[in-house]
Design a protein around this ligand. Structure first.
Ligand SMILES: Nc1ncnc2c1ncn2[C@@H]1O[C@H](COP(=O)(O)OP(=O)(O)OP(=O)(O)O)[C@@H](O)[C@H]1O
Length: 312
């Protein structure tokens, strides 16, 4: 659906992006992560045909940005990180104005605008002036505008930036909804954790170079190759018993006792660990909690970008 080959953009002697290779299938929701100035906007603007690459190729549905920009524009909806809304237009008027620019007319236009307001959950603001909306609502209005011509591909530049926590959750839900509608989406951010549970693939770009590009599950596996259990007994006096029972177990790599709980690092590739809970219960351990340690995405992100940048 989206493919870039050795995509490069230079400004004078400086590389904005260098040799970026992407390959996204229909329905992929790709998180494009990198610090400010890493090259995310440049890449998205090239794919949406707003900017010409210095060298390399970008294709959308097999159409090249060099030879078929018109076809690509029909297929792509690009939402920039900042966009203006006109002071004297209501939400409905704003969307109708852009629908008209796509030559969507008459009853069709009204229906389409109403559908978009429904999708982005902004119908209750339809008669409000666009410049009175909150940042989150403005972003949703921008998304509605981007969706008007029913693009198959969405390129969304930092749609979560500047949003408060509630608006962030709403926008992430909206991204999931668009993914379920079968759109292929590139969404950029400078923070991995805010996208990791929405996207199925992520690419990490730094100083114009794509340093990681993988499925989210693989990225998480790269960071955490071991399952870690956190076992909490009701009585802390039982911590040493747990340690004795598990430290020499064939599935256990290491036990790390703490004040109230014990961290148990399993050996690589051990995924099934129900028998460990059974063993503890059979030996009269009174368990308060027995669970897999949650992966801390913030640390995952720092581990992945270690040595590439400190600006995240
Ligand atoms: N018109 C331009 N002239 C010169 N340099 C540019 C131009 N546009 C972008 N750059 C440079 O290219 C690099 C990549 O910029 P880009 O905007 O793609 O980064 P980004 O990852 O989208 O960052 P941000 O989140 O800050 O927008 C930066 O070093 C930037 O300064």
């Amino acid at each position: 659906m989206i493919k870039t080959v050795d995509l490069t953009k230079k400004y004078g002697d400086a590389f904005a992006i260098r040799g970026v290779d992407l390959d996204l299938e229909a329905g992929d929701l790709f998180g494009f992560i990198g610090p400010n100035g890493a090259g995310k906007t440049t890449t998205m603007r090239i794919i949406s045909t707003l900017l010409e690459p210095t060298s390399g190729e970008a294709y959308v549905c097999g159409h090249s940005v060099h030879t078929a920009p018109k076809e690509i524009r029909r297929l792509v909806g690009y939402m920039p990180d900042f966009f203006g809304v006109y002071d004297d237009m209501t939400v409905v008027e704003y969307l109708e104005f852009f629908a008209a620019s796509y030559r969507i007319m008459g009853e069709d236009r009204r229906r389409r605008v109403n559908e978009m307001l429904e999708i982005v959950d902004l119908d209750f603001k339809r008669d409000a002036f666009a410049n009175t909306l909150s940042r989150g609502q403005t972003q949703r209005l921008g998304l509605a505008r981007t969706l008007l011509h029913d693009p198959q591909v969405l390129l969304l530049d930092e749609p979560l930036s500047g949003l408060d926590p509630r608006a962030r959750i709403e926008m992430r839900n909206l991204l999931r909804k668009l993914g379920q509608m079968g759109k292929t989406i590139i969404v950029s951010s400078h923070i991995l954790p805010e996208l990791a549970d929405v996207c199925n693939k992520v690419g990490i770009i730094d100083k114009g170079v794509l340093v990681h590009n993988a499925k989210v599950t693989d990225v998480l596996r790269m960071v955490r190759q071991y399952v870690v259990l956190v076992i909490t007994p009701n009585e802390t006096s039982q911590l040493s018993l747990i340690n004795d029972l598990l430290s020499d177990h064939e599935k256990v790599q290491e036990c790390q006792p703490g004040d109230a709980a014990i961290r148990v690092v399993l050996k690589p590739d051990v995924q099934q660990y129900g028998d460990l809970a059974k063993l503890l219960i059979e030996n009269d351990v009174d368990l308060k909690r027995f669970s897999e340690e949650e992966l801390d995405l913030e640390s995952a992100f720092m581990a992945l970008t270690k040595g590439t940048s400190t600006r995240m």
